[in-house]
Design a protein around this ligand. Structure first.
Ligand SMILES: [Zn+2]
Length: 462
């Protein structure tokens, strides 16, 4: 469907073109380095991606910037930005998408107004689009800024405040997806593409039980440290119930959305300040992992560790043995994601899909997108098969970092869900069995999580 002429070949160019013109939409793409062959091709949509428009140009021209053909990372690189408005044809198409869903008049007008807002672009220039979309996509998807120097937090993590997105004062949309859709609409290609939309609840289980499954020593220590919990502890002991029990919290919550959900288990053998899972040998812990595995998809929640290669491998093998299945998906505990080391280790231990791409202290799209994508390893300047699944919202982010009350958290979730719907993608978010239990300060939050998971925006036609 797409034909692209490039005047300089590079692993980065091929990666981005495959990612946003082919893999994302399951569409055919032909890349040409020979002008005459490109001219002779009769693909629907032809794009000239060069530094200068040819005299005999007959296709859509995107002016190429240098970053897409370079190697390595420029420590001091800072992309130029500009703002644009969504093209009329794109607006027409997306308006129809909004009008076709079953929502009230005011809800629809709120969503339609998003189409009139300005949006940021990177690498503005004189091409037909006004910016180099492919370099912009590369900058976001490769996480270029996370390979540059930034001020780390005490865990060494990249924060929202370090990100380029945090400096842009626009609505919290997936800015890369908006730019891609704007371009496809301008080309007339949007009519030939089905924009996906899905709501994807995911759960991290750091502590499977509030009281059960500890060693006697740990139980006694907690009893002395938290004397106010004693009545709950006694009630739990007598009733044999536990407020965090994933059988009641997680399984209940995911009912009806099992296919698109995923539950990540912390299963470190050692407990310390950062890894507080119950004892692995505790039989109910093993059986609840197996029952959740039967109900929905699961993955590993690698512990915070100073020797990650051996620890994560051991944890993965334990989870595989417990469930008698192959574990290939994971999400970092504390979203502890450092480039490129974390992904190198995950690849080494056989993880094919990572779900850590999001911010801890703010909502939004860390890679500018709500679509899954392959990771491009900047340290080797090559595309990898590791698939990244972004999320845009987390329970702890809303309550503890942003200090939102439940009503505000419902509004934020709705805004993000609507933005994902308009431009397509997955509205993926994170909750914990602890927050679902409504214990320990989470009272009143169940209705927030129910609103987030509600797949209400349903496409009746595209
Ligand atoms: Zn965790």
């Amino acid at each position: 469907m797409f034909a692209v002429f490039i005047d300089q070949d590079s692993p980065r160019t091929r990666y981005v073109l495959q990612e946003i013109l082919s893999r994302r939409w399951n569409t055919a793409l032909a890349i040409f380095t020979n002008w005459n062959e490109f001219k002779a091709s009769n693909e629907f949509f032809k794009i000239e991606y060069t530094t200068e428009k040819r005299d005999d140009s007959h296709s859509f021209f995107i002016q190429r910037e240098n970053i897409i053909v370079e190697e390595g990372v420029n420590e001091y690189f800072n992309p130029t930005t500009n703002a644009y408005h969504i093209s009329e044809n794109t607006k027409k198409h997306l308006s129809l998408r909004i009008k076709n869903i079953d929502l009230s008049h005011s809800e629809k007008s709120r969503m339609l107004s998003v189409l009139d807002e300005p949006y940021p672009c990177l690498f503005p220039n004189d091409g037909d689009l006004g910016f180099d979309l492919f370099s912009m996509a590369f900058y976001f998807l490769s996480r270029y800024e996370e390979f540059q120097r930034f001020e780390e937090d005490k865990w060494g993590r990249f924060h929202y405040k370090n990100s380029f997105v945090s400096e842009l004062h626009y609505n919290p949309s997936p800015v890369l997806d908006v730019a891609i859709i704007h371009f496809l609409g301008l080309m007339g290609a949007l009519e030939k593409i089905q924009l996906p939309f899905d709501v994807q609840p995911t759960v991290d289980i750091d502590i499977a039980y509030r009281f059960k499954g500890r060693s006697l020593g740990r139980t006694l220590l907690s009893t002395f440290r938290f004397p106010l919990h004693l009545p709950h502890r006694i009630w739990s002991y007598l009733s044999r119930k536990d407020p965090f029990d994933p059988n009641n919290t997680v399984s209940e919550y995911l009912k009806g959305q099992e296919n698109q959900s995923r539950v990540f288990w912390l299963c470190s053998s050692k407990t310390n300040g950062a890894n507080k899972q119950v004892q692995r040998k505790y039989p109910p812990f093993q059986s609840v992992i197996r029952s959740v595995d039967k109900q929905t998809n699961i993955g590993l929640h690698p512990s915070l560790s100073t020797s990650p290669i051996s620890d994560w491998k051991e944890e993965k093998e334990w989870l595989e043995k417990t469930t008698a299945s192959n574990i290939t998906h994971s999400r970092q505990h504390f979203l502890h994601l450092l480039f490129p080391d974390t992904y190198h280790i995950l690849q080494k231990i056989g993880i094919t899909d990572d779900w850590s791409m999001g911010f801890a202290e703010n909502v939004g799209f860390r890679a500018g997108t709500a679509y899954p994508f392959h990771w491009f390893d900047l340290s080797k300047n090559e595309e990898t098969n590791l698939c990244i699944h972004p999320f845009c919202l987390m329970d702890v982010t809303a309550k503890n970092y942003m200090k939102l009350n439940p009503d505000q958290a419902i509004d934020v979730g709705r805004t993000l869900k609507e933005l994902v719907f308009i431009f397509g993608g997955r509205f993926a978010f994170i909750v914990h069995n602890e927050s679902l239990s409504e214990a320990e300060g989470w009272g009143g939050w169940k209705r927030v999580f129910n609103s987030w998971k509600n797949p209400k925006i349903a496409v009746t036609s595209s």
